[in-house]
Design a protein around this ligand. Structure first.
Ligand code: NFS
Length: 676
């Protein structure tokens, strides 16, 4: 049987050393298994191919057919005037800024187009064109309606009465969809930001007008011969990135919450060990939860369970990869089987009966890996198809989504008996609590009495919590899988920094067991541990997928509103991080955090090094404009300490640095008292 696999597999030219490329034992085991079977993975390809040195520096321009023009930094550096230029005369700063802007455009488009699809399904549901989707969270609908200018009450005979909920839903859907292409005005959600922040964007002339326009304008400005001023290009990056964070992403999160339910803390597990040999295993992968929500329902139906049993399986195990996984984790407790870099591995277990993919972060190599096993690979989105004949395409349509989901689950069940390779599922998995959000943080750290972020702020002011960090983003095959994610998060919580996580960082933390309340005693500084133990939360709060970074923006806004920590996000003792970023979406996210006033550090490298003047603008001068700025630090311990230093700087500016010292003294005093 294994002979058969060997002949079909794309045998890697050079293989990776499993222990050197991942800190995760399950991944190491599966890589060894892949190599034994001769199946190539991304880890092997990374060992065989080096990245382009000029592209890494951000100074390769291929925006016209006279190039590519390559402007690497000379080894000796630049002395005197920088005379490097492309054929049209574009400088290294212009080229790097244009490339950066195009990354923002691509990232903002990915998030926002996802949001648009959700908005369209939402509109169908509001129009009652489909029975498969219904408004699940009316409370959330009523809470977002005013931000879109939709009234929730109506005056009848001098009395304010509640408006019909279907009417509200329909108007919310129409107003939301309008945000993508309205001809005038500005994005409605921008006013959800603290007022000084909104006013700053307004003064700078950087309020996004509509979501699509800002992306189109980046593409126009970065065409040959248009915008040649890197500072002006960064302004457009800001408009597009804000249109993502405070627009497309925030709408995606809100509308998904209304349709599928607002997440609340829920227990689950994580890592490849969640797969079960005697079950039908279905892996969902991608980003849009509209179809996977239906798959969750289908796998729970008695009809499908009975059918699975009739085929000799004990049940159906649904698990996920990437952010589709995070979406159904936070609402249903469906466990992630791994992060972005692990996506080939569930198939290599030999027990993946179907992998269902939608959009974004899906390797083209999955088709080759699936071909080596019995796994049915199923694409579901009209904009993300694969060319190979053995890949099935079952296109999602909200009008018959439940039917599509049932069909997919049935294909997986029928495939259970076709397993060819010996099944090898790593045992490793960890327990996690996920499903946090703006609302649940308020519940846990706000106290029912005040109903705000009062307790969180109080603990920041008294220094038990030193600050808050958003640690998010991808894996990158150029760094050791999960090492920077875990080192940075552990270093932050050790230093009393509460961590909010999303995306693949959330999955990495879950795999390491950092998303449980018990973690607090083991890894946290005494102040944070005390808070976590008192309220029963983990020191790392999983807020969902990458579009759910909008939850971090709104949580920061709630902290500002609760008072005592300044009047803008830039005043808060907070910092952002993407330790192992790789996606253009991460650049868009990073930039909307920076433009919202957050000091944001990326790991790996940034494509700015070939243009030192532009890099200096991004790493230093932006702070004078936005209060936030970019930084890059590949060393994970130094990375965490740069964030902590920024948090301490903000504490000092707020005059609460002494409070923290006092708390430490108080604790020592208490210990002394206890010893008497
Ligand atoms: Ni974010 Fe989520 Fe992961 Fe990176 Fe890809 S899955 S949207 S882009 S790799 S965190």
């Amino acid at each position: 049987m294994e002979e058969e696999i060997k002949t079909k597999a794309a045998k890697p030219k050079k293989v990776a050393d499993p222990a050197a490329v991942s800190i995760d034992l399950a991944t190491q085991e599966m890589l060894a298994r892949a190599q034994e079977l001769g199946v190539e993975t991304i880890f092997d390809r990374a060992a065989a191919m080096k990245p382009c040195n000029i592209g890494v520096q951000g100074t390769c321009c291929k925006n016209c057919a006279m190039g590519p023009c390559r402007l690497p930094l000379p080894k000796s550096g630049i002395e005197g005037e920088d005379t490097r230029k492309g054929l049209c005369g574009a400088t290294a700063n212009t080229i790097a800024a244009r490339n950066f802007a195009r990354m923002v455009a691509a990232g903002a488009s990915a998030h926002s187009d996802h949001g648009r699809c959700v908005a369209e399904v939402f509109l169908s549901a509001a129009r009652k064109e489909t029975d498969d989707y219904k408004i699940k969270d009316e409370h959330k609908l009523l809470s977002i309606a005013p931000h879109l200018g939709v009234a929730t009450t109506v005056e009848i005979d001098g009395q304010q009465l509640d408006r019909d909920i279907d009417e509200v839903a329909l108007e919310v859907a129409e107003k939301a969809l309008n945000e993508w292409g309205k001809p005038e005005g500005e994005l409605l959600y921008l006013k959800r930001a603290p007022q000084p922040l909104y006013e700053r964007w307004k003064k700078l002339g950087e309020l996004p007008r509509n979501i699509d326009r800002e992306v189109v304008e980046i593409m126009h400005r970065t065409h040959i011969g248009v915008d040649q001023d890197y500072k002006n290009l960064v302004k457009q990056c800001t408009r597009a990135a804000l249109a993502d964070g405070w627009g497309g992403s925030m709408l995606a999160t809100d509308l998904q919450d209304v349709l599928f339910g607002t997440p609340y803390p829920i227990q689950s597990e994580a890592n490849l060990g969640v797969m079960k040999e005697d079950h039908v295993n279905i892996i969902v992968h991608g980003h849009e939860p509209v179809l996977s929500e239906m798959i969750v329902a289908a796998v729970q139906s008695q009809e499908m369970l009975d059918y699975a049993k009739s085929k000799g399986a004990q049940g159906i195990q649904l698990a996920g990869v990437c952010c589709t996984s995070n979406e159904i984790l936070q609402r249903h407790g469906v466990p992630p089987a791994g992060t972005f870099l692990q996506q080939e591995l569930p198939i290599i277990t030999g027990a993946c009966d179907a992998m269902v993919v939608d959009i974004q972060c899906v390797f083209q190599s999955l088709a080759n890996v699936a071909k080596c096993f019995h796994t049915k690979l199923i694409t579901t989105h009209p904009i993300a198809r694969m060319e190979q004949d053995h890949v099935l395409h079952i296109e999602f349509d909200e009008h018959h989504a439940a039917e599509d989901a049932q069909r997919i689950v049935k294909i997986a069940i029928d495939n259970f008996q076709n397993r060819r390779a010996e099944v090898m599922i790593p045992k490793h998995k960890a327990t996690q609590i996920a499903g946090f959000g703006v609302e649940s943080i308020e519940y846990h750290l706000g106290g029912t009495f005040r109903g705000s972020y009062y307790t969180l702020n109080d603990n920041i002011i008294n220094g038990r919590i030193r600050g808050v960090a958003g640690v998010v983003g991808c894996n990158n095959a150029r760094t050791k899988h999960n090492e920077a994610h875990i080192t940075i998060v552990k270093e932050l919580i050790k230093n009393d920094v509460l961590v909010l996580t999303t995306g693949c960082n959330g999955i990495a933390c879950a795999m390491e067991g950092l998303l449980t309340p018990e973690t607090a005693q083991v890894f946290c500084g005494s102040g944070l541990a005390e808070v976590c133990e008192t309220v029963g939360i983990p020191p790392v709060l999983h807020l969902g997928s990458c579009v759910d970074n909008s939850r971090i923006l709104l949580a920061a806004t709630e902290v500002v509103k609760a008072g005592g920590l300044g009047n803008d996000i830039r005043d808060l003792p907070v910092a952002g991080s993407a330790p192992e970023w790789m996606s253009e979406k991460a650049i868009s996210i990073g930039h909307y955090f920076v433009a919202s006033g957050v000091y944001t550090v990326f790991g790996v490298h940034m494509p700015l090094d070939g243009a030192p003047v532009f890099r200096d603008y991004m790493y230093n001068e932006l702070e004078n404009i936005y209060g936030g700025k970019w930084d890059c630090e590949p060393d994970p311990v130094k990375h965490a300490h740069k964030m902590i230093a920024h948090i301490d700087k903000k504490r000092k500016e707020l005059g609460i640095d002494k409070a923290r010292e006092r708390v430490l003294m108080d604790m020592e005093d208490r210990q002394k008292l206890a010893a008497i």
